[in-house]
Each structure stands twice: as structure tokens, then as C-alpha cells.
Design a protein. Structure first.
Length: 114
């Protein structure tokens, strides 16, 4: 079965536009491979309570977004270091920040962004 995945840059662009249409702010913090890169989504509201979401393999062979890390309000630098290290380790990784009310609603349970 051929891979029918959207090119990453199109998926990221759609995610940014959806957040902007909802009155939020979204930006690319790190660009990865244009067509087949992976995506980390950082969700926050008014710059606080950040959480990093990455696609993880599931038992049924799909890849769903799961929370990989949450920000510790006492040590915000640790969260920043986490996603920077991930971007350095994986040159294909896109890091996208969503700053909007209930940002996690843009990360669907089926592995696609909505």
C-alpha cells in the first residue's frame, strides 16, 4: 500500500492556519524535512502551561500524538532544552508552537492534526 501521508510542510501550514482562524498564534520553531519530516507540537495558552506532543507508534500500526513532556512552571528552561535537544537529535523534526485557548484540541487522537 503506498504511503498517502501529507507532505509535512503542508500539514504544518494547515495547522498554523487553523490556529490563526481560531484566534490564536502559531509559529514554526524549527523546520525539518520538507516532505517526510516528523512533527512535534508544543501547545500552550498565553505562553504558559506548555506541553510537547509527538506522534508515537501504536499497537495497531498507526501513529497517534501523545504528550511527551509538560512544562514545569518552576523550571521553564528544562522544557525549552527538551525540545531544542530533540530538534538537534532529529534533523527531520518540525517543532510547531500553538498558543491558543485549549491548544490540545488541534492534536487529534488519530495521529492527524485537526
Amino acid at each position: 500500500m503506498p504511503d498517502q501521508r501529507l507532505p509535512t510542510h503542508i500539514e504544518v501550514s494547515g495547522l498554523i492556519r487553523a490556529v490563526q482562524a481560531a484566534g490564536g498564534f502559531a509559529t514554526v520553531l524549527s523546520k525539518g524535512e520538507r516532505d517526510a519530516g516528523t512533527i512535534m507540537v508544543i501547545c500552550c495558552e498565553n505562553g504558559t502551561n506548555a506541553s510537547a506532543w509527538e506522534r508515537m507508534p501504536q499497537r495497531d500500526g498507526t501513529r497517534a500524538f501523545e504528550c511527551a513532556r509538560t512544562e514545569d512552571p518552576e523550571n521553564k528552561a528544562d522544557f525549552f532544552d527538551f525540545w531544542r535537544r530533540r530538534a538537534q537529535q532529529d534533523p527531520d523534526l518540525w517543532v510547531v508552537e500553538l498558543d491558543v485557548e485549549n491548544a490540545t484540541r488541534f492534536v487529534a487522537g488519530d495521529g492527524t492534526v485537526s
